[in-house]
Design a protein around this ligand. Structure first.
Ligand code: SAH
Length: 392
């Protein structure tokens, strides 16, 4: 059966209105938490205690809140820490170093997150929307359309879950005397983060606020990946949270990018690359240009030259680096990954023009947990359960 022609999918910027998820402690700022604590009939200082349990201790089980009166623990838990993510299924590969979690949200929407352990860091890949409205034809999420925006706490909870998994530790870690932390968060799961700006910027604040009021992560370890919503890129630059911006460019020319990243018809290559350049200038953070390599579609030597030109035109002060991503297979896709020699030539051409470039190590392919493979549909559940975990 032929898949429907994806180029006809509409762009959807506004998420359908659905019942909002319950408000959670991780949706509130410290002042709101004190206010909410008082409104619930408790002393304001209890807010700090509860925050320390959640953000520092990663504890949401009221039985562990031993510095709070027994009589109020259960009530505080049900008021402030409603369960937001219900685990549906977990798949692992890379000898347990990559874990993909499928979650059910309060209204039945499904999202996925992926925890990836490397020797020197742990990266949590989070979803920011259930589905996605950006309609990129090579991406499994984009093909399913947008269900709804996620709340700040729904995003934060994915990171907290990853942190808990690490804190529980594995035998290997115990033997090595390690307690790894989530050092990196990438907004490269389901959804277009900048199309859910308010919740995503709220989550960035919760992640980077120091303990005990937030998770205390460094903004340096956080990457927000976008198809290129120009006004929101400018807004992100003003947040005072200098996260890394990743721009999913995928083509250096408008003709091809219109097809690969349909939002290009709204903000074209020149406009998004200008916005990325401005972001680097304002935040002093090097921007990452994401470029999927698709066989005979965007991997020709001239395109590498053109990409180098587009980037170098804005200066060579180290504002940018290119991250090449081998295309991951998605159901019904007519495209495949580039040949090795074309990939090598693409890298060589960029390097010859002085453009820093890396090729992404794609984790989680065999559990459909790699870039663009997160679909969270029932078909995905059926397909991936049958796939045995093996080393990639
Ligand atoms: N909507 C955001 C974030 C999610 S996707 C964005 O598009 O940037 C994260 C990265 O995975 C993006 O660079 C995206 O283009 C890439 N991606 C999507 N589908 C892919 C596929 N099939 N193979 C490889 N990378 C893919």
């Amino acid at each position: 059966m032929q898949p429907p022609d994806r180029s006809t999918l509409p762009l959807v910027f506004t998420a359908p209105r659905r019942g909002k998820p319950p408000v959670h402690w991780a949706d509130l700022d410290p002042a709101q938490r004190r206010g909410a604590m008082e409104a619930a009939g408790h002393r304001a200082y209890r807010a700090r205690q509860l925050s320390a349990h959640y953000f520092e201790g990663l504890r949401d089980d009221p039985d562990t809140w031993t510095d709070l009166p027994v009589a109020v623990r259960g009530e505080l838990a049900s008021t402030f820490m409603p369960p937001l993510l219900t685990p549906v299924r977990e798949l692992t590969c890379d000898d347990g170093d990559t874990v993909k979690s499928l979650w059910k949200l309060h209204d039945g929407a499904l999202v996925e997150s992926v925890l990836m352990r490397y020797p020197d860091r742990v990266t949590m890949c989070v979803s920011s929307q259930a589905g996605c409205g950006m309609a990129c034809p090579f991406c499994a999420t984009g093909q399913g359309g947008l269900q709804r925006n996620m709340s700040t706490a729904e995003i934060v909870e994915q990171v907290v879950d990853g942190a808990r998994k690490l804190a529980q530790g594995t035998l290997a870690d115990a033997e090595a005397g390690r307690t790894p932390r989530v050092s990196n968060v990438v907004f490269m799961g389901m959804g277009e983060p900048l199309a859910n700006y308010k919740a995503v910027s709220g989550a960035l604040r919760q992640l980077t606020t120091p303990n005990p009021d937030g998770l205390g992560m460094s903004a340096r370890g956080i990457t927000v990946s976008t198809v290129g919503l120009v006004p929101r890129i400018h807004e992100l630059a003003t947040e005072g949270i200098p996260v890394t911006l990743a721009l999913s460019l995928h083509a250096p020319d408008d003709e091809l990018r219109d097809e690969l990243v349909p939002v290009n018809t709204r903000w074209n290559v020149d406009e998004v690359v200008d916005a990325a350049w401005e972001y680097a200038k304002t935040t002093k953070r090097r921007v990452s240009i994401e470029y999927i390599l698709i066989r005979d579609v965007n991997d020709q030597p001239q395109r590498a030259e053109q990409l180098a030109k587009v980037l170098r035109r804005r200066g060579t002060w180290g504002w940018v680096h290119v991250n090449l991503i081998p295309l991951n297979p998605t159901p019904g896709s007519r495209w495949t990954a580039s040949r090795r020699r074309d990939e090598d030539e693409f890298v060589r051409r960029l390097q010859a023009r002085g453009v820093p470039v890396t090729v992404r190590d794609t984790r989680g392919r065999e559990i459909d947990g790699a870039c663009g493979q997160l679909a969270a549909g029932s078909a995905d559940i059926d397909a991936s359960v049958q796939v045995p975990a093996r080393r990639g």
